[in-house]
Design a protein around this ligand. Sequence first.
Ligand code: CP
Length: 320
Amino acid sequence: MPDSSVPERLRQRHLLAISDLSEAEITLLLDCADSYVEQSRQPDKKSSQLRGRTVINLFFENSTRTRTSFEVAGKRLGADTVNMSVGSSSIKKGETLIDTALTLNAMHPDVLIVRHPESGAVELLSQKVSAAVINGGDGSHEHPTQALLDALTIRRRVGRLAGLKVAICGDIMHSRVARSNIHLLNIMGAQVRAIAPPTLLPPAIERLGVAVFHDMRAGLEGADIVMMLRLQLERMQGSFVPSTREYYRLYGLDRDKLSVANPEALIMHPGPMNRGVEIDSDVADDINRSVILDQVELGVAVRMACLDQLTRVLDAEGGD
Ligand code: CP
């Protein structure tokens, strides 16, 4: 019997932040993503849900996983997918973000996926266009599809999110992945811990509903899920850690620190990883504990679900 608490579709045309979603909407997206996992494992991976739709990737920051998986997701659903190369675009001639968005919007895309270094830029852009907009990561604000794929990875491995002890470790200050995960895990009833040196925690992080630890072993004690984060040196002006070697000694995940977590604890990382800085290769490559490549696989299914569900909203609105 269908779960009557799961809505038929999302309320909004855009996917900008996990904090905009309800528990039921997150469940809708995860259930939909679950239904797409098998499709990607078949020799014939194509279906036609998005036939005739146009999806444009507009990335103002580097990406391997998010950009490629949105392109793959769109193609698997039968959409025409276009990657706009910012480096060779008229942005280099001084065209603004909004003029670029209006220009692309005039070509009648159905979905724009946007990554931008400034927090709030993707939301601003979404107010100017008729296409559905998906936030592919804005500054240190949110990366909603990363949190959804992390949730799907946990749900498929453990069977639930509610009640799990999830430790998010590392550069939380600069991490949009951490913010989206904190929102999602709280909405879904998990217990979230933030582990970082004081310099890498945003002020008043407790208000987001996390328990704060500055000591890695204390924070990892009994954790069911260990999510490691990259040191985002490109967002740091000045020195936030004494040295990467000292950071690794205190906060790098290795066998010894992991030994205090739940013996079945899953190891996660959104990528790209800096081996030997926030994580040791021995644990990153542990086939029994690390689900880092599962996260990448399930990222395609989650992005198929987001494209599917947002175009259903467009259909319901009668948009083109
Ligand atoms: N996790 C993530 O967003 O990776 P990319 O920067 O490669 O897209």
